[in-house]
Design a protein around this ligand. Structure first.
Ligand code: CP
Length: 306
């Protein structure tokens, strides 16, 4: 297993053995997140965010600072030379002169792959369009393993916008490497995109179009997602599904006591605030895990740990 200098473009580029290693390294980052480290002293991460973000960008930057490194970059491409017409390939070939790794968020599918083809330094996909969000998937897997003690043997429901939600695509690909049962719950027009579905169905049992009330008593993980309003072709299409599902205390009536609820966030109205104080709610712990996961990924691709 070699991670130094490696791009993180798609979760599909990783074997189960490699994912487990990343999760093991993440565990070793927990104490370092509290006391700090100079493991990445002298290293610079560039965060190039062409789309809005709170968690991903700030957790990458926090991860770098906790390991003694530094950050440069932009959170708003309006202020970058892309505004003057510079293309992504030239942007990357410029920034590689300033940084040891680049975390890229972009609205276009394939943009992280293209950036990786041009960049001499590792490209980390921080979310590409409706395609993938691999570092969120590592965060989700780490949270599941930490909270449930395992991944194998679990029954997991993915709920919400399975068409435009990039986190569920990366997570589904990753879960398909484990011995899990997957339930997909969504409005008809937001069902899991075909390319992801065809891949995962060959590897694990997948129940499409599952009824949430029916499966609730048996699931171990309820992974809820926001409807990705910004990816809809028009406002009328969005209006048809807006508010189509909501997890509240009534929904959870028949849930297992040790079931956990995850959400990559941001949330709009798909999980009622009353759920936040239930023992099952783990989405803010999940946010915290995003820092240690990104500490692990940065230390691996920058060669500070093997
Ligand atoms: N989970 C996630 O990608 O959140 P942000 O859009 O705030 O980065």
């Amino acid at each position: 297993m070699e991670f130094k200098g490696r791009d993180i473009v798609s979760i599909e580029d990783f074997s189960q053995q490699e994912i487990n290693h990343i999760l093991d390294v993440t565990k070793t980052m927990e104490p370092l997140a509290k006391i700090g480290s100079d493991m990445l002293k002298g290293k610079i991460l560039a965060t190039l965010f062409f789309e809005p973000s709170t968690r991903t960008r700030l957790s990458f930057e926090a991860a770098m600072l906790k390991l003694g490194g530094s950050n440069i970059g932009f959170a708003d491409a309006e202020n970058a030379s892309v505004k003057k017409g510079e293309n992504l390939a030239d942007t990357v070939r410029t920034v590689e002169n300033y940084a040891d790794a680049i975390a890229l968020r972009h609205s276009l599918e394939g943009s992280a792959k293209l950036a990786a083809e041009f960049s001499k330094v590792p490209i980390i996909n921080a979310g590409t369009g409706a395609e993938e969000h691999p570092t969120q998937a590592f965060t989700d897997l780490y949270t599941i393993r930490k909270e449930k003690g395992k991944i194998d043997g679990l029954k997991i429901a993915l709920v919400g916008d399975l068409r435009y939600g990039r986190t569920v695509h990366s997570l589904a690909y990753a879960l398909a490497l484990y011995n899990v049962e997957l339930y997909l719950v969504s409005p008809e027009t937001l069902r899991m995109r075909k390319d992801v579905l065809e891949t995962i169905k060959t590897k694990i049992p997948v129940t499409e179009n599952a009824d949430l009330d029916t499966i609730m008593p048996k699931i171990d993980v309820l992974y809820v997602t926001r409807i990705q309003k910004e990816r809809f072709p028009d406002a009328a299409e969005y209006a048809k599904v807006k508010g189509a599902y909501k997890i509240d205390l009534k929904t959870l009536k028949n849930a297992k006591k040790d079931m956990i609820i995850l959400h990559p966030l941001p949330r709009i109205d798909e999980i009622a605030a009353e759920v936040d104080s239930t023992p099952q709610a783990r989405y803010f712990q999940q946010v915290g895990n995003g820092v240690v996961v990104r500490m692990a990924l940065l230390s691996l691709v920058l060669g500070a740990v093997k």
